[in-house]
Design a protein around this ligand. Structure first.
Ligand code: OGA
Ligand code: NI
Length: 211
């Protein structure tokens, strides 16, 4: 499998504008490098080997969603994107200059205002599972804006579909039991799609139930 799916897909991308293929390729390569750096730092922070997330845990070809939110006359009536948790390990979000992203924290929606040229890193649900709950997959949504349109690019770093997911052994013990059983990411992903991004419902079959 290719770590950079770019070369497998570039031929299918539009010819116009003429700089599009190179721009997307550069962006994708830069983000893959960024994700490797971020995942190395997160692994270290968890007390795991720096390469812990390499291989299957981040092995799915990178995928990006380009979201376009047109201005909405009454944002109180319509969300841009409803509440969900991204399924994978981390998401790298470029959100331009218009605010719209909100994260759920202590039952309150909190705006993540754009910082020029910054990329937002959101933890996905697999990060919560692999860290045995130490890190939380963040529930988030996007609201609309009455005056301005908004565009964002969300790039998902995910385990390969056949990859095995389980809480890292170093992060559980006799006293701190694993919260989840081992499962294939494909099984989780099927639940995720069926449950429209609801993290609790998606992981329910993999919870270790107390006797
Ligand atoms: C997503 C997402 C948020 C945004 O694409 O998964 O959460 O700000 N996007 O567009
Ligand atoms: Ni999302």
């Amino acid at each position: 499998m290719s770590i950079y799916p770019v070369e497998d897909f570039k031929q299918y991308w539009p010819e116009n504008p003429s700089n599009l293929k190179d721009a997307v390729e550069n962006y994708a390569r830069g983000l893959r490098n960024l994700s490797t750096t971020v995942l190395g730092l997160v692994a270290e922070g968890l007390g795991l080997h720096q390469n812990y997330f390499d291989g299957d845990l981040s092995g799915e070809p990178m995928a990006s969603h380009i979201n376009f939110y047109p201005p909405c006359p009454d944002p109180s009536l319509t969300l841009g994107l409803g509440k969900h948790c991204d399924p994978g390990l981390i998401t790298l979000l470029l959100q331009g200059n218009v605010s719209g992203l909100q994260i759920l924290h202590n039952d309150e929606w909190i705006a993540v205002d754009p910082v020029p040229d910054a990329i937002v890193v959101n933890y996905g649900h697999q990060m919560e599972i692999v860290s045995n709950g130490m890190l939380k997959g963040v529930n988030h949504r996007a609201i609309t804006n009455a005056e301005q349109s908004r565009m964002s690019i969300a790039t998902f770093i995910q385990p390969s579909k056949e990859g095995l997911i389980a809480p890292a052994e170093a992060l559980h013990s006799e006293k701190n039991q694993p919260i989840y059983k081992r499962f294939h990411y494909r099984e989780y992903f099927g639940n995720y799609v069926a449950n429209l991004g609801d993290k609790e419902k998606s992981a329910e079959p993999f919870l270790v139930k107390c006797a």
